[in-house]
Design a protein around this ligand. Structure first.
Ligand SMILES: NC(=O)c1ccc[n+]([C@@H]2O[C@H](COP(=O)([O-])OP(=O)(O)OC[C@H]3O[C@@H](n4cnc5c(N)ncnc54)[C@H](OP(=O)(O)O)[C@@H]3O)[C@@H](O)[C@H]2O)c1
Length: 324
């Protein structure tokens, strides 16, 4: 397991009251594990009425009712409960005075709500009005890789294909994969289809544009679910404004925060790691000019979800004037 970015916040981090909402799902237990590793002790676990009373990581799961979330005794709520439930419950946590960091797509594209990858646009988190949105698990690693390249030579166009793990679709999908005969495994496209694109593909474009603050950036994605438990991978073809050699790209990426250059990244290699693994960095022989191709892999439950949200919280906690 990587040790990157495990520091505590001076003075305030250990005492802050954090609610993990969606604690019994795919992302929730990873969130609790990472919070404990980072020294946070004042934690509460919330889920639906179905899970109330269950024991989880030494905590008794509480039902995430509007009353419980708005009671005023939580400083930060990390939500991973799905879009409809987030729309309903996030405002109650905010009303109670907590900052809500939401991993669903409910608020990601809403004007005035920051959509944050700390290494890419961390300063935006400070502009929140109670809610900070955590991007999609495929947008986070993509923007971690695009940002240093964009800063150096300007990103002009992005095409990508994704290979997304079952855990990206939650615990039910993980159970289905566990129960499945490996010989029966298939590729799936299990997102909502608008007649042209799956919503995951449209999300990737819109979120990448918002995070990088490049509202016109051409982004074309084909998203595919693969029979892998943890770890999203992406093939990415990037056209740049100025020439970029593979060696230069490798150097830029090796120096980028939360990115690790490897020869051949894999989903399994990324699982349990904090960094985005990137490799296969080579010229894109099909580009008219200034094209580079690469392959990345990222633990969708960690940097793609739980870890990114905790890093957002830590950006905000580091700005708190006094310990709570
Ligand atoms: N999985 C990923 O890699 C990933 C990455 C980025 C973002 N996300 C986002 O995170 C969210 C959750 O993902 P997941 O994969 O952890 O899903 P999941 O495995 O299906 O878990 C859903 C969690 O939400 C809880 N929940 C559902 N409805 C609720 C309600 N009305 N009130 C309170 N709690 C409720 C569930 O509690 P019960 O157990 O009691 O039903 C469970 O703890 C989704 O919005 C997803 O898009 C996931």
């Amino acid at each position: 397991m990587s040790t990157s970015d495990r520091r505590h916040n001076p003075g305030v981090g250990r005492e802050v009251a954090i609610g993990v909402v969606g604690a019994t799902g795919a992302v929730g237990p990873v969130t609790l594990e990472l919070l404990r590793e980072r020294g946070y002790q004042n934690l509460r676990a919330f889920a639906s009425a179905r899970s109330a009373g269950k024991q989880l990581d030494g905590l008794t799961v509480e039902e995430a009712t509007p009353e419980a979330l708005s009671a005023g005794d939580l400083d930060v709520c990390l939500f991973s409960i799905g879009t409809a439930a987030s729309r309903e419950l996030v405002p109650h946590a905010v009303r109670g005075g907590a900052v809500a960091i939401d991993k669903s797509s409910a608020y990601r594209l809403q004007d005035g709500i920051p959509l944050v990858v700390p290494e890419v646009n961390g300063a935006r988190a400070l502009e929140h009005d109670g809610i900070v949105a955590n991007p999609n698990c495929a947008s986070i690693p993509l923007t971690c890789v695009l940002k240093p390249l964009h800063d150096a030579v300007g990103v002009a166009r992005v095409r990508l294909a994704t290979y997304q793990a079952a855990s990206g679709a939650g615990t039910e999908r993980m159970e289905r994969l566990r129960a499945q005969d490996p010989a029966e495994g298939d590729l799936e496209m299990d997102w909502e289809f608008d007649g042209e694109e799956f919503d995951e593909e449209a999300k990737l474009r819109a979120e990448t544009r918002k995070i990088l603050e490049l509202p016109e950036l051409p982004v074309s994605a084909t998203c595919v679910r693969v029979p892998v438990m943890i770890g999203h991978a992406e093939s990415v073809w990037i056209e740049t404004e100025e020439p970029l050699s593979p060696d230069q790209a490798r150097r830029l990426l090796a120096a980028a925060p939360s990115v690790r250059v490897e020869d051949i990244p894999s989903a399994r290699g990324a699982a349990g790691e904090d960094e985005v693994l990137v490799g296969r960095i080579r010229p894109d022989r099909a580009a008219e000019d200034n094209g580079i191709a690469l392959f990345l892999a990222c633990d969708n439950l960690r940097k793609g979800a739980a870890l990114n949200a905790i890093q957002i919280a830590e950006l905000l906690l580091a700005r708190r004037p006094v310990a709570v």
